[in-house]
Structure formats: structure tokens, C-alpha cells
Design a protein around this ligand. Structure first.
Ligand SMILES: C[S@@+](CC[C@H](N)C(=O)[O-])C[C@H]1O[C@@H](n2cnc3c(N)ncnc32)[C@H](O)[C@@H]1O
Length: 279
């Protein structure tokens, strides 16, 4: 368990998308950093597959609207949290493991003046630092693949939700068991721990006490998105190396190439889940 946590932190401390890179891109696009709005950041600060549209899909599943209190599990640099606050009027608390991500999220949130509605706090989603029954919705995107105990994470979501509150998240799915070599590559290069198939995930959510409202297989759309994303990482690697900032490690690129193949072959893929805590 501790190894998986350490591995996720190592991975994200060396990740090629960082707050520094986002700010550098923004500055080069605008020429200055005066009066940056949340909208200016949205092209750069979303670390998941499918951009802003998938935030809208989660917001719909989780019934997020003005004044909703939302917890974003594994919030990263806070892109989706800022989006939900800005576009939907939600109050969002992100829970994020990697200290550099927490610091980066605070800097970006301050830059766009959303500090009153968004905070990303350091924490582990297997032990969430929020009170029982304190939020209307829990969301998460492409992050539970790093979390070794998914049942405990889902139980934490259930605990902090109010009765009638909603859970909506996306995650990697293993449609077929990976070969030991592929499983090791996903672990070494991308800190991916145990993965489940769609039916097992549904059962895990139901066993927590939730009523499942929706299960979607995103694999076909991910296969297309990932090809574009791989090209973006290869370009970014050149840019970050030229700028002398963190450029990700070799195992990341090697495993990413294989990950894209595995999704194209249908061995791995994505799932989107919606559920409600019984009232
Ligand atoms: C792919 S990023 C997703 C970021 C964000 N959800 C987004 O869409 O922009 C996954 C994030 O999960 C975080 N993470 C991994 N394991 C975690 C854990 N046990 N508790 C909290 N955060 C975790 C990582 O540090 C990383 O920032």
C-alpha cells in the first residue's frame, strides 16, 4: 500500500504537465499574466481524457449546480475543480496526494481569482480529511488507477456524501487481464496499480451501499483521444527539455506508447460511473 502511494507521488512529481509549464504556455500565448481568467486556463489545466466536455458529463451525472458542495478526489492541479466552480457555481474542495500538485493548484487558482470557491488540500482519498455528510457530490477523473484500495476510497466517498448525494467518476478499466510484462510496465511507467473490469467496478460501487445510476464504456473514444495525447506528450517532451523543466522519465514514455496500443486493442480502456447515496 505504501509503495503504491510513494510511486504515485514520484510519478506526478516528474509529470510533464506542471503548473510551471501551464503558466509558461499562458504567458507565451498572451504575452503577460495580467487579469488571467479561469477560461484562459482551461485549454491547459485539465489532466484527463476528453477535455471540458467530460467535466460537463460528470457534472450532469453528479447533478452539480450553483451552490453545490463538491469534493474532487485526486484533484491534480485543480483544473476540473476550477471549471466546476466557474461554470457551475459550485464550491469545490480537491483532495490531492502529491505536494507539488497541491502547491501548483493553489498558484493557478490564485492566478484566476477563484480562491473563495476552490481549495485543493493535501490528502489521501483512502482517508479523506472531510467530515461525514458534508458534500453534495464527489467527482474524480482517471486517478483511481493509482489508488490501491478502491473499496476504501468508495467508502470514503460514501461517508462524506449527504444522503441523496451523488458520485461520478472516470477511471482506467482492464477488459482483459494484462500479461505480467504489461502490468509491470504500467506500474513502472505510470504508477497503475490493480485495475478492474466494468462489472467488478459496478459491484464494488454497489457493495459500498450506492445505487448505481450509470455505467459507460469509454474505450472507443479513449483510443482516439490517446493517439492525439501521445503526440502532445512527445512534443511537450522536446519543449520541456529545451526549457530545462521536468520532462517526465523514460519509463513514462515507454509505458505510454504501450498503454495507447493496449487501449486500441481493447485490453485496457475507460469507464464512467454514476451512483447515488440512498436518501
Ligand atoms: C491524472 S491526475 C488527474 C488530475 C485531475 N483529476 C484532472 O483531471 O485534471 C491523477 C491525480 O491523482 C493524484 N493521486 C494519486 N493517488 C492519490 C491518492 N491516493 N489520494 C489523492 N490523490 C491521489 C495524483 O497525485 C494526481 O495528481
Amino acid at each position: 500500500m505504501a509503495t503504491a502511494i510513494r510511486s504515485a507521488i514520484d510519478f506526478y512529481e516528474r509529470h510533464p504537465i506542471s503548473a510551471d509549464i501551464i503558466v509558461a504556455k499562458l504567458k507565451s500565448a498572451r504575452g503577460h499574466l495580467d487579469n488571467v481568467s479561469p477560461e484562459d486556463l482551461f485549454a491547459h489545466d485539465q489532466d484527463h481524457y476528453g477535455g471540458l466536455a467530460v467535466n460537463d458529463a460528470l457534472a450532469a451525472l453528479a447533478a452539480i449546480g450553483p451552490g453545490s458542495r463538491v469534493a474532487d478526489f485526486c484533484a491534480g492541479l485543480g483544473g476540473p475543480a476550477r471549471y466546476l466552480a466557474h461554470r457551475y457555481g459550485a464550491d469545490v474542495t480537491g483532495i490531492e496526494l502529491t505536494p507539488a500538485r497541491v502547491k501548483g493548484a493553489a498558484a493557478l487558482t490564485r492566478l484566476v481569482g477563484l480562491d473563495d470557491k476552490v481549495r485543493v488540500i493535501e490528502g489521501n482519498v483512502m482517508q479523506v480529511p472531510l467530515p461525514d455528510g458534508s458534500v453534495d457530490a464527489v467527482v474524480s477523473q482517471e486517478a483511481f488507477l493509482h489508488v490501491p484500495d478502491k473499496a476504501r476510497t468508495l467508502a470514503e466517498a460514501y461517508r462524506i456524501l449527504k444522503p441523496g448525494g451523488r458520485l461520478a467518476f472516470t477511471d482506467w478499466i482492464a477488459h482483459r487481464a494484462l500479461s505480467p510484462a504489461d502490468a509491470d510496465l504500467m506500474w513502472q511507467g505510470m504508477a497503475a496499480t490493480n485495475l478492474c473490469d466494468l462489472a467488478t467496478y459496478r459491484a464494488l460501487i454497489e457493495n459500498t451501499g450506492f445505487t448505481v445510476t450509470s455505467v459507460e464504456d469509454l474505450t472507443a473514444s479513449w483510443a482516439e483521444i490517446l493517439k492525439v495525447r501521445l503526440a502532445m506528450y512527445i512534443k511537450l517532451r522536446g519543449e520541456t527539455q529545451a526549457a530545462g523543466t521536468a520532462s517526465g522519465h523514460d519509463a513514462f514514455y515507454e509505458s505510454y506508447v504501450r498503454f495507447v496500443e493496449l487501449v486500441s486493442d481493447g485490453a485496457l480502456g475507460g469507464g464512467r460511473f454514476g451512483a447515488v447515496k440512498k436518501g
